[in-house]
Design a protein around this ligand. Structure first.
Ligand SMILES: N[C@@H](CCC(=O)N[C@@H](CS)C(=O)NCC(=O)O)C(=O)O
Length: 306
């Protein structure tokens, strides 16, 4: 979605491609995957709010990385709220034009930079299938948030009282389209209740049962043999859940084999993992310890998936 009159004075100054992102955020990982699929690699790192002429310059064949730390809550600051009124990553600026919504950004990149299409425009059936699977992936974004905050992040993601006040102030001009405020208010006061967690987990288990069935005909990718936008959105869900020890190999072997193929692409290894590799290992190590203690997501899934 292109934003016509961005509130931020920084946006109009940016030349070339600038991505506001966080290494561990699945929504940003999707866009980095697509950028690499288009042959656009990670360029220099600049502070997300840098506006001096040197930091605003673009780089041919690359995108400038403007990392917005979700850990330090930089996405909840007034400066970032002027870029993304819903206070979430990613946001992409291309030659002074602001684009929001990860899947819209991927469609935009597909149009703007050739390469193998991620949106299969020439085949109406595959296009409809890709759009339906992508829409389902978007719907389940909240379920990933509930499940992985319960097991991956736990108390680490709670906001201080001060941060909650700042979040409210920064959202004053947005519509909280991502429901961050409601989520953090509940989360901070009583963690994630069991029934809410189980409902979200069951939605995800159901969706992966369907993907397993879809992939069981031997296709290489979700809507045929070529990688599409549907693979992009679903692969990041598998990555995030597998970091929390969701037992894909055991419960959904065809999904795991598909993910293995996709994650060997350069776009995944460098675009998605790159600087996220260390955090990813840390999440996996934490989940292994939980497993040894007889708790964790693996156990919750195995209780419910045969
Ligand atoms: N619909 C948005 C969702 C963006 C979103 O939810 N981003 C998450 C990271 S995956 C975020 O920034 N969350 C901030 C937080 O949890 O505080 C998109 O696809 O771009």
């Amino acid at each position: 979605m292109k934003i016509e009159h961005p509130a931020s004075p920084i946006v109009g100054k940016l030349e070339g491609l600038h991505l506001f992102h966080f290494d561990g955020a699945p929504c940003a990982q999707r866009v980095r995957f697509a950028l690499y699929e288009k042959g656009l690699v990670r360029g220099r790192e600049v502070k997300f709010d840098a506006a001096d002429p040197a930091s605003c310059r673009g780089e041919p064949g690359a995108w400038i990385s403007r990392r917005v730390s979700l850990i330090k809550h930089e996405h909840m600051t007034p400066t970032y709220a002027a870029i993304h009124p819903n206070l979430v990553v990613p946001a992409l600026v291309h030659d002074g034009e602001l684009h929001l919504e990860s899947m819209d950004i991927i469609e935009y990149l597909d149009q703007a930079f050739g390469g193998a299409p991620l949106v299969p425009k020439d085949d109406p059936d595959r296009l409809a299938d890709a759009r339906a699977l992508t829409a389902l992936g978007k719907d389940l974004h909240r379920s990933i948030r509930f499940v992985t905050f319960r097991w991956g992040l736990r108390g680490l993601a709670r906001l201080s009282a001060q941060a909650e006040v700042e979040l409210k102030a920064s959202l004053a001009n947005g519509d909280d389209g991502e429901q961050l405020l409601a989520f953090y208010e509940d989360y901070d006061s009583r963690s994630i209740p069991d029934d809410v967690f189980v409902a979200h987990l069951e939605k995800l288990n159901g969706a992966f049962t369907d993907l397993e069935h879809r992939l069981s005909d031997g296709r290489a990718s979700l809507i045929g043999d070529d990688v599409s936008m549907a693979d992009v959105i679903w692969a990041m869900k598998v990555l995030r859940l597998s970091e929390c020890d969701y037992p894909f190999a055991r419960c959904f072997p065809a999904v795991w084999a598909w993910f293995d193929r996709l994650s060997s692409r350069r776009s995944f290894r460098e675009g998605v993992m790159g600087k996220h590799a260390f955090m990813s290992r840390a999440f996996r190590a934490k989940a292994s310890v939980e497993h040894l203690l007889g708790i964790g997501l693996r156990r919750e899934v195995l209780k419910r998936v045969a």
